[in-house]
Design a protein around this ligand. Structure first.
Ligand SMILES: Nc1ncnc2c1ncn2[C@@H]1O[C@H](COP(=O)(O)OP(=O)(O)OP(=O)(O)O)[C@@H](O)[C@H]1O
Ligand SMILES: [Mg+2]
Length: 519
């Protein structure tokens, strides 16, 4: 009974749908994946809009398309250009044929509620409708058994929210791109708050690590939502003591030469290389510690013992001096991540970028190892301005090469490539896509939120997102972004208006606000 009523209602809605045009192909060929339609007089359509046609076989089912071009065809008269030249045009609007070109999104399969592609012939000249916001909503959030996070409202109508499937997002990661001050951090903070809110609603226990380069993420809205989701703690990076860990003999050898000051082409350097290789035979992770130095001493050729002893003493001073400010070990931080919803590492308290990378690389290494060993440990790692941590080789190097190498090894070699399937996923932002290591941007680039970007970065963006979007990205005003995401059930790129749930703390510290004395 109930079903029948629903059925009648939905077909009634469908009968009331506005017919905007009819499918018409100039060359007489009709394909299901792309649609050209001519508008009915008096109707209008905008770029990006969603339209639909009736499914050729299934009743009460519609196939949806996204409008990606709106050419206007005008039947030419031979004298027309002559009249334009003498500035006496005859406008003749009845010779204008507004058309639209649309790409298939698919239809909702009534049996599975999934968006499926139409693979059959379509009917030439069939009606093209403007779906209701309710019909689009079903397409945007098709499955009731999934958790979706809203990103913003779809431009130009701003009637429907665009959702990303959290399951897919946490399996693949997220990349937010945009030029200086275009709203990347605001979008990331908003995403974090939305993810936490959805976790609360769905009784999930989230664990996030925020690596915050400039101390911008500590806003009240994020803190209070995190408290509700399981707890929040902010840890200044200079309060974390670290142990350097290595998973590859070359990186350890390089670091040992660096801290001991041994010349790379010396006999001692060669000896050290073979010792390091022996040590790695039995270990997956080697810690740069007092015990390691003892092990190296025990293996060194007797003739080189004295020289090595002196060198290791220097190294110890460089590495193991315990700073009085240390309050947390790496293991403490990992424990906090597994107990709280959000652990926020504020990197703005460090004196040098080397100090930040040492702590972060150790932390990421340990998170990865923990995730491999403990199947109940899952962590979403948020990194703002990721090119400072994993820059493309030869482009940009804010810290020493050995540390960057180590970061690359952890962040790209392990977390970006195999982390997500082991419960560790990355949400990152960057201002300069061309400065980020390509492997990293490609790995997390399946889900992209793009604010306006510099021309130099458009080429790299095209490589990961295709060239279809590039025109739109140049024009996006602040607060708008293009979303191209596998986690979007519609699978089509869409422009959305973002509605910030909070502002980064830096918003109040611009030059102008300082001049106003507002700080
Ligand atoms: N959706 C939005 N609507 C309106 N204003 C916004 C929106 N997003 C960000 N802004 C404003 O834009 C400014 C820059 O925002 P934000 O710091 O998030 O940008 P960013 O891209 O991270 O900048 P930076 O390159 O300095 O890291 C802020 O004043 C912020 O309030
Ligand atoms: Mg920012």
């Amino acid at each position: 009974m109930n079903n029948k009523r629903e059925h009648v209602t939905s077909s009634e809605i469908m009968e009331r749908l506005e017919v905007v045009g009819r499918v018409f192909s100039e060359d007489g060929t009709y394909r299901p994946n792309e649609l050209t339609f001519t508008l009915i007089e008096g109707r209008s359509i905008t770029l990006g809009e969603i339209v639909c046609i009736k499914h050729p076989k299934l009743e009460n089912t519609y196939v949806f398309y996204q409008v990606i071009d709106i050419p206007l065809r005008r039947k030419v008269k031979v004298y027309e250009e002559d009249l334009v030249r003498v500035n006496q045009p005859i406008e003749d609007p009845e010779r204008n044929y507004p058309r639209a070109y649309a790409i298939q999104i698919g239809y909702i399969d009534p049996s599975s509620n999934e968006v499926k592609p139409l693979l059959e012939h379509i009917k030439p000249l069939c009606e093209v409708y403007r779906p209701t916001p309710q019909m689009i909503e079903k397409l945007l959030r098709p499955r009731s058994d999934r958790v979706y996070v809203s990103v913003g409202k779809i431009y130009p109508k701003l009637e429907n929210e665009l959702y990303l499937d959290l399951n897919v997002l946490l399996r693949q990661g997220l990349l937010i791109i945009g030029g200086v001050g275009t709203g990347k951090t605001t979008t990331m903070i908003t995403m974090i708050i939305t993810v936490l809110e959805e976790c609360i609603k769905n009784n999930l226990k989230p664990h996030l690590l925020i690596i915050d380069k400039d101390g911008e993420y500590g806003c009240e809205e994020l803190k209070s939502t995190a408290e509700l989701a399981g707890g929040y703690i902010c840890i200044p990076v200079d309060k974390v003591g670290f142990v350097e860990t290595f998973t590859n003999p070359d990186a350890l050898h390089k670091r040992l030469l660096e801290v001991t000051g041994i010349h790379p082409s010396s006999k001692l350097a060669r000896e050290l290389k073979s010792i390091v290789q022996q040590i790695f035979v039995n270990n997956r992770v080697v810690k740069l510690s007092e015990e390691l130095f003892q092990e190296i001493m025990s293996k060194v050729h007797p003739g080189l013992k004295n020289e090595l002893r002196g060198r290791l003493k220097v190294a110890k001073e460089v590495l193991l001096e315990i700073s009085p400010t240390i309050e947390y070990s790496i293991d403490d931080v990992i424990e906090l991540i597994s107990n709280k919803a959000v652990v926020h590492i504020d990197c703005s308290t460090a004196e040098t970028w080397d100090q930040v990378l040492r702590v972060i690389a150790s932390l990421l290494d340990s998170i990865y190892v923990r995730a491999l060993q403990d199947k109940s440990f899952g962590c979403l790692i948020v990194i703002d301005e990721v090119h400072f941590y994993a820059p493309e080789k030869g482009m940009f190097k804010p810290a020493s090469e050995a540390l960057h190498e180590r970061m690359r090894n952890t962040l790209i070699g392990k977390i970006a490539t195999t982390g997500a399937r082991n419960g560790v996923v990355l949400f990152v932002t960057t201002q300069r896509l061309s400065l980020v290591a390509k492997t990293l941007s490609t790995q997390v680039g399946q889900n992209l939120i793009v604010h306006r970007v510099e021309d130099v970065d458009l080429e790299r963006l095209k490589e990961i997102a295709g060239s279809e979007l590039v025109g739109a990205i140049r024009l996006l005003p602040r607060g708008y972004a293009l979303v191209k995401a596998t986690a979007n059930p519609m699978g089509r790129p869409m422009i959305v208006k973002m509605y910030p749930k909070a502002r980064p703390l830096s918003t109040a510290t611009t030059c102008l606000s300082r001049w106003r004395g507002n700080v």
